[in-house]
Write a protein that binds this ligand. Structure first.
Ligand code: HEM
Length: 146
């Protein structure tokens, strides 16, 4: 198996861990906020795990980008998407998640913590979903679910 292929597979698989954990953390924080109840230990763990998975995905994505950027010439399929949009949007999404978590840590009240995680994680998630080359989108044509 060549290393390009290995990193692409790892990155593709990790998308589910990233997207599902960011979604769960965002929804749990929103529920806690709306129900006006304290943060549970499990909820805080999910928010931390989601951020760590985002950072692992960032590293794997950067390695992949450095391996492949030479081939992103104007005749590469969807070249602007791969050269700029995917990486740019995903990095903004990951920054939002990181910011949500660190602003939540700094907030004094429980509800403010929950609101920050909910807002930042869910906006980050929307960006990530948008920039993912799903097989049903033109940009993901020829790529699978894994
Ligand atoms: C954080 C959320 C991210 C998600 C959900 C995600 C998802 C994906 C998916 C599904 C693919 C296609 C995999 C395949 O064809 O099997 C892909 C490819 C790729 N991603 Fe990401 N990605 C993320 C972040 C990043 C970041 C931060 C970078 C760069 C710093 C990056 C760089 C790349 C590169 C270079 C490719 C390969 C494109 C090619 O085929 O040449 N990704 N990503």
């Amino acid at each position: 198996m060549n290393s390009d292929y290995f990193f692409l597979f790892l990155h593709s698989l990790l998308r589910y861990g990233v997207l599902v954990s960011v979604l769960l953390a965002g929804l749990m924080a929103l529920r806690g906020y709306l129900m006006q109840r304290p943060i549970l230990v499990g909820e805080r763990m999910v928010a931390i795990i989601a951020m760590v998975l985002c950072h692992v995905q960032l590293v794997v994505g950067l390695v992949l980008y450095l391996m492949r950027v030479k081939s992103y010439t104007p005749n590469f399929p969807s070249y602007t998407f791969w050269k700029f949009e995917h990486i740019g949007t995903m990095i903004i999404g990951i920054i939002l998640v990181t910011l949500g978590r660190s602003l939540a840590k700094r907030a004094k009240e429980e509800r403010a913590k929950q609101l920050r995680v909910a807002v930042f994680y869910l906006i980050g998630l929307a960006l990530m979903l948008w920039a993912t080359p799903w097989p049903f989108r033109e940009i993901g044509h020829g790529r699978g679910w894994l």
